[in-house]
Design a protein around this ligand. Structure first.
Ligand SMILES: Nc1nc2c(ncn2[C@@H]2O[C@H](COP(=O)(O)OP(=O)(O)O)[C@@H](O)[C@H]2O)c(=O)[nH]1
Ligand SMILES: [Mg+2]
Length: 399
């Protein structure tokens, strides 16, 4: 197994040599792992590249990549691509080149990958983690984490603005880089890459890290621009989530019309009040007067027409959700099983509506119409939740 630790740099001449040395020193704690270091430099004017090239010449485990453009995202993504394509990496790691990240965390992170996690996130905000920066940087890290948790709905992930991560080549290749603003001049790559990993179904684990302030050089973080980017991205995620709900409503509305048209044609040969067929499709079935009775059920034309049109609309709903509304969610297992679950869960809505009508009319002495309206809305949310939690679940992840 080859591990490539990607260190993006811009003006790190006073740190990079020690940083490389400290990372390589972890080789003894990484049994069975072929440890390599890759420095992806954005043409630092301070001579960082010359130092790295000199070390790389003496040590075949050290590599230098000229990423040309500025940007942490460019350094990270181009570095990982190079690590896979040219260095044949199986496991990818990334850490800062200013000695803020302790390489001693690498072995436990890599061993979690060995346990089957796809991504290990170094966190300053989980128990045991520490952020030894000034108060305004601590506030940024903490505030961004709270904001991302709320806007993304990922309460099991504690830190979003860290660069210290280890993940598999397989996960990296699964991620759609076009969806990540990795050319940005801010560090927005940090949360957006994590979000893309979640979307790709990564099994994620966090470990506490201690982040020390750099002793040499200067920080290139642009905190105001970065904060705005984090805020914008949270809004984008929220909107995408509400778009799923809007799609759910559109499908529901379309399926109501399908249901109504099918019922009309089967029972009366009509679309609403407009006659379109010479006789109903189910003309051969008896109407209520002459239909057979089973206990309290009359199996007449209306009954059969209703069952068929309701089932049709359920099937339509299912295929629309499967291929459109919940397309990006998990489709694990057999589609036919999901269809059965969906059919079964569709009973929830009418039961809720009936209960609501009865409670409003009899217990509260209010209009049954209010009961129905409340029931429809409640049923909608219950159905939506069942769909999201049981049928088209979020991609599996364990944190
Ligand atoms: N390749 C590359 N690396 C960068 C760039 N800007 C920052 N980095 C590196 O990203 C890491 C974190 O940057 P730093 O300025 O320490 O940010 P801070 O720790 O958030 O204050 C360091 O290794 C930087 O050298 C860039 O434009 N290109
Ligand atoms: Mg730093």
């Amino acid at each position: 197994m080859r591990l490539v630790v990607n260190i993006p740099t811009y003006n790190e001449k006073d740190n990079i040599a020690s940083c490389i040395k400290n990372v390589l020193a972890q080789a003894k704690n990484l049994k069975g792992i072929d440890l390599h270091v890759l420095v992806s430099d954005s043409r630092s004017p301070d001579g960082t590249a010359d130092i790295v090239k000199r070390i790389a010449k003496q040590n075949p485990k050290v590599h230098y990549l000229d990423v040309v453009q500025r940007g942490l995202g460019v350094g990270l993504i181009k570095g990982h691509q190079y690590a896979i394509a040219r260095l044949k990496a199986d496991i990818l790691a990334q850490m800062d080149g200013d000695l803020s990240h302790d390489p001693a965390s690498l072995p436990p992170m890599v061993s979690l990958i060995g346990e089957g996690y796809d991504l290990v996130n170094g966190s300053r905000l989980t128990k045991g983690g520490k952020n030894l920066l000034g108060w305004h940087r601590r506030l940024f890290t903490w505030g961004s984490a709270l904001y991302c948790k709320l806007s993304w709905g990922t309460f099991n992930i504690t830190e979003y603005t860290t660069s210290y991560r280890v993940f598999t080549k397989k996960l990296f290749e699964k991620i759609d880089l076009n969806k990540i603003p990795w050319h940005s001049k801010t560090y927005i790559i940090q949360p957006t890459f994590l979000y893309a990993a979640i979307q790709a179904g990564a099994k994620i684990k966090e470990i506490p890290i201690i982040f020390t302030d750099r002793k040499k050089g200067y920080s290139k973080a642009k905190i105001i621009g970065y904060t705005l980017d984090v805020l914008k991205f949270g809004v984008k995620v929220r909107l995408a989530k509400s778009i799923t709900f809007v799609k759910f409503l559109i499908v529901g509305t379309a399926s109501y019309f399908l249901n109504a048209v099918a019922l009309g044609l089967l029972y009366r040969g009509q679309i609403y009040f407009l006659k379109v067929l010479p006789s109903p499709i189910l003309a051969s079935l008896p109407t209520i007067e002459s239909a057979p009775k089973f206990a309290f059920l009359t199996i007449d034309r209306l009954f059969v027409a209703s069952v068929i049109s309701i089932e049709l609309s359920i099937i339509f709903n299912f295929f629309a959700h499967e291929n459109w509304t919940f397309k990006d969610r998990s489709h694990k297992g057999l589609a036919v099983l999901r269809l059965l679950k969906f059919n079964f869960s569709s009973i929830a809505s009418p039961i809720i509506q009936l209960t609501s009508i009865l409670i409003f009319a009899h217990a509260l002495n209010l209009s049954e119409q209010i009961g129905l309206a409340v029931g429809v809305i409640l049923g909608l949310f219950v159905n939506y939740s069942i769909n999201m939690l049981w049928i088209w679940k979020a991609h599996p992840k364990r944190v």
